[in-house]
Design a protein around this ligand. Structure first.
Ligand code: ATP
Ligand code: MG
Length: 421
């Protein structure tokens, strides 16, 4: 038997219905805020992520699926979406379109990580980016869209945490201070942090090793050393969100694991999964496109981990989506195949979910199958019924049935599906 690759998952029905609902809601709400989908390749030149996400980050230094293609070019299965959006923006001259440009993306990302609940090697993200807007209003819109989307899915207990990373100039000053404060304890840091010390010291702040966390907790938070402009920017974002009554908490030590963020950074945390399992991460990245060789175009966005979102979907949303009402159409005898297919088509166009019997079972077996499928209704099309121009519509939840003229069957069934509880 061939088994799936470690860290990948088969998402089976009916679970996949939850994914469909999350994506439908995302298209409706994020689309409503003006974000249109950009479909990006899963394969990118490795260089793209090295130059944007950053060499010293966990993603680039140990999580990427990188391999040479048949001509020896280094390719990487994308570990995140923003870098590809920035590449596509430059490559397709999207700066020529009316600005700002609002884009959304959906789909799988790949990271070679240790598997655990909510952490997979192939996982899916839903993200948006607004490009060409430097003002705090853009950050406010992105977080409002996020909050509206999560509310539409029934979430009311998620926590949005936010921090100010300052501008890249502030960061150098911050890192200098951080290293001098941590200096006396340098050899108590974990092996990874020893490497980060020289390669990318900011990443020491997202280390999950308890001793590293304790030491970091004693240092001066980044938000305290940022410059005036960055401070005013993020303060304004916070003020506007408060006015909108979108609850946001300051997290002074939040830095996020990608190098391109500056000023506003934020995460969404679920009380159920705890603060180590983040549902969504985002922030501002005003230098990303220019770092890739484009003109300076500011941007802000977020990426939601869809796997984690589905795992903590509120029970009421889950029940609503999984409570499927189906009708089985049961042709009995050869002559009934055509009329059954015609009726199925009519029911589908009327909005019903139809399962037509296509294996040639007996009536008794058909009804047993309908029971196993947990169907709400069944339509029996027997030889005698067809000769009389009628069908039997059976209400399986209440064990009642009635004979209905063929022309009225679809309406009767749809009525029954809607009224049934
Ligand atoms: P974490 O701290 O959990 O490793 P991250 O900071 O690496 O997350 P981001 O790069 O910000 O995550 O990606 C955005 C979102 O994508 C995360 O908040 C999370 O919900 C999801 N995500 C990231 N890595 C994984 C993974 N390996 N499996 C499932 N979801 C993931
Ligand atoms: Mg990670």
């Amino acid at each position: 038997m061939i088994r799936k690759v470690k860290g990948t998952r088969d998402i089976l029905p009916p679970e996949s219905r939850l994914w469909n609902e999350v994506e439908r809601t995302a298209h409706r709400i994020l689309g409503g805020f003006g974000y249109s989908e950009i479909r990006l390749p899963l394969l990118e030149p490795t260089e793209l992520f090295v130059r944007t996400v950053g060499e010293g980050t966990d993603i680039v230094s140990k999580e990427m699926y990188t391999f040479p293609d048949r001509k020896g070019r280094s390719l990487t299965l994308r570990p995140e979406g923003t870098a590809s959006v920035a590449r596509a923006f430059i490559e397709n001259g999207l700066g020529q379109r009316p600005q700002p440009l609002r884009l959304s993306y959906f789909g799988p990302m790949f990271r070679y990580e240790k598997m655990q609940r909510g952490r997979y090697r192939q996982f899916s993200q839903i993200g948006i980016e607004i490009l060409g807007a430097a003002a705090p209003a853009a950050d406010v819109e992105v977080i409002t869209a996020l909050h509206t989307f999560l509310s539409a899915l029934g979430f009311d207990d998620l926590v949005i945490v936010l921090n100010n990373l300052g501008d890249p100039e502030d960061r150098d000053r911050f890192i200098e201070g951080l290293l001098s404060e941590l200096g006396p304890h340098r050899d108590e840091l974990c092996g990874d942090c020893q490497r980060r010390w020289t390669e990318n010291p900011l990443r020491i702040l997202d280390c999950k090793v308890p001793r590293c966390r304790e030491l970091v907790a004693e240092t001066t938070p980044v938000a305290e050393v940022v410059g005036d402009e960055a401070r005013a920017h993020v303060d304004e974002v916070e003020r506007a969100l408060a006015e909108l009554e979108i609850p946001v908490k300051r997290a002074p030590r939040l830095v996020r694991g990608l190098d391109y963020y500056l000023r506003t950074v934020f995460e969404v945390i679920s009380p159920e999964l705890g603060e180590d399992t983040v549902i969504c991460g985002g922030g501002r990245y005003d230098r990303l496109i220019s770092d890739l060789g484009g003109k300076p175009v500011p941007g802000v966005g977020f990426a939601i981990g869809e796997d984690r979102l589905v795992e903590v979907l509120p029970e009421s949303t889950r029940a609503r989506v999984l409570d499927q009402r189906i009708v089985t159409v049961l042709p009995i005898g050869d002559g009934a195949t055509g009329p059954a297919a015609r009726l199925a088509r009519e029911l589908v166009l009327g909005g019903a979910e139809v399962h037509t019997e296509v294996t040639g079972r007996s009536l008794k077996a058909c009804l047993k199958w309908s029971g196993k499928m947990d169907a709400t209704a069944a339509v029996i099309l027997g030889e005698q019924e067809l000769a009389d121009g009628v069908a039997v519509v059976r209400d399986l939840r209440h064990g009642r049935q009635e004979t209905v003229a063929l022309g009225g069957v679809a309406t009767a069934v749809i009525d029954l599906l809607e009224k049934s509880d």
